[in-house]
Design a binder for this molecule. Structure first.
Ligand SMILES: Nc1nc2c(c(=O)[nH]1)N[C@@H](CN(C=O)c1ccc(C(=O)N[C@@H](CCC(=O)O)C(=O)O)cc1)CN2
Length: 290
C-alpha cells in the first residue's frame, strides 16, 4: 500500500483563495483585517516562518504589521510591543513567534495579549475556552490537522487516535479538539513518559506525530491503512554540514499508511493557513460587535 498524500500545500492554497473572498467582503464593509507579528531575536527558522506568514497575508489581502526586536530585548520591551498591538485598531489579531529567546518569560508575554486578538489561540483564556468547549480562536497546528483530515474525508468519529507529544502548541490542544462531540475520537496522548510507544501507535487509526524527535515513528509501528500526520519539524545538520528540517515520521511509513501528511508539505502549510483564518474570523467578529 502507498499512502494517499494529505497535501497541505494544495489545501492551504485552496483555503487562502476562500479567505481572499471573505477579506474582499470585509473590505467592502470598510474593514481591512491586519495580522501583527512579534519576532524577537535572529533565529533564521523563526524569521523564515514570520516572513512566510506575511507573504500569505499579501496574497489574501490582509495588512501586515511587523514588529522585530533584537535578541537582547528585555521583558519590558517585549511587553510594551504586546501592549502596542493590543491597542492598535489596524491589528485584528497577532502572534508572538515562539520560542522567545532564553531569559524571556513566554507565558507572561502570552498572558498579556488581548485574548480577542490572539491569532494563535495560545492565550490562557482561549486554551481554557477550548477545555470548556466554548467558542475561541484555536491553535493553528491542531486546527490545521483537523481541517486536513476533514477535507480528505478521513473519519475521526469512533476512531482511535494516538497523539505523540504533549506540547502546548500542538499535542495537548490536539487531544482536546479531537474529543469534542463534533469529532468524537478516542484519544491517547503519548509522551516521553510512555512505556511502550509502539504498542499504542499500532492500535491507532490516526496518528499525530508531534514529538519533535526526527524519525521517531517507523513503519513497523503503524497499523496498515492508518492516517499519519507528521507535525514534527526539527533542524538537523547533515554530514555535509548543511542544516535541514526533518519530521518525526520515517520515509518508509508511506508504504504502510493509508494517508500521510508529510513534512514538508503537510501540516506546516496548514498551520499558516489556519493563522489567516483566525485573523479573518477576528475581523469578522469585530465587525459583528460594532
Ligand atoms: N507563535 C507561534 N510560534 C510557533 C508556531 C505557531 O504556530 N505559533 N509553530 C511553529 C513554527 N511555525 C509557525 O510559526 C511553522 C513551522 C513550519 C511551517 C511550514 O510550513 N513548514 C514547512 C517546512 C519548512 C519549510 O520548508 O520552510 C512544511 O511543513 O512544509 C509553518 C509554520 C513554532 N513556532
Amino acid at each position: 500500500m502507498t499512502a494517499t498524500i494529505l497535501d497541505g500545500k494544495a489545501t492551504a492554497a485552496a483555503i487562502r483563495a476562500e479567505l481572499r473572498e471573505r477579506v474582499d467582503a470585509l473590505r467592502a464593509r470598510g474593514v481591512v483585517p491586519g495580522l501583527g507579528t512579534v519576532l524577537v531575536g535572529e533565529d533564521p527558522g523563526s524569521a523564515a516562518y514570520v516572513a512566510g506568514k506575511h507573504r500569505d497575508c499579501a496574497e489574501v489581502g490582509i495588512t501586515s504589521i511587523e514588529r522585530q526586536l533584537p535578541a537582547t530585548a528585555t521583558q519590558t520591551e517585549v511587553e510594551a510591543t504586546v501592549a502596542e498591538l493590543n491597542a492598535d485598531p489596524a491589528c485584528s489579531g497577532y502572534i508572538v513567534q515562539l520560542p522567545l529567546p532564553r531569559g524571556l518569560d513566554e507565558q507572561r508575554v502570552l498572558g498579556l495579549m488581548d485574548p480577542e486578538k490572539d491569532a494563535d489561540g495560545l492565550h490562557p483564556v482561549n486554551l481554557g475556552k477550548l477545555v470548556l468547549m466554548q467558542e475561541a480562536p484555536l491553535p493553528c497546528t491542531p486546527r490545521g490537522c483537523l481541517e486536513l483530515l476533514h477535507r480528505y474525508g478521513v473519519p475521526t468519529a469512533g476512531a482511535e487516535v494516538v497523539v505523540v507529544g504533549r506540547g502546548v502548541t500542538a499535542g495537548r490542544p490536539m487531544g482536546l479538539l479531537l474529543t469534542r462531540r463534533t469529532e468524537n475520537a478516542t484519544v491517547t496522548t503519548c509522551h516521553t513518559g510512555t512505556k511502550d510507544l509502539a504498542a499504542h501507535v499500532r492500535r491507532a487509526d490516526v496518528v499525530i506525530a508531534a514529538a519533535g524527535v526526527p524519525g521517531l515513528l517507523t513503519a513497523d509501528m503503524v497499523k496498515p491503512g492508518a492516517a499519519v500526520l507528521d507535525v514534527g519539524i526539527t533542524r538537523v545538520v547533515g554530514p555535509d554540514g548543511k542544516g535541514r528540517y526533518t519530521g518525526d515520521v520515517a520515509p518508509e511509513v508511506r508504504e504502510v499508511a493509508g494517508w500521510l501528511a508529510p513534512m514538508p508539505g503537510g501540516v506546516g502549510p496548514m498551520t499558516r493557513a489556519m493563522l489567516l483564518s483566525n485573523v479573518v474570523e477576528a475581523a469578522e467578529r469585530a465587525l459583528a460587535d460594532r
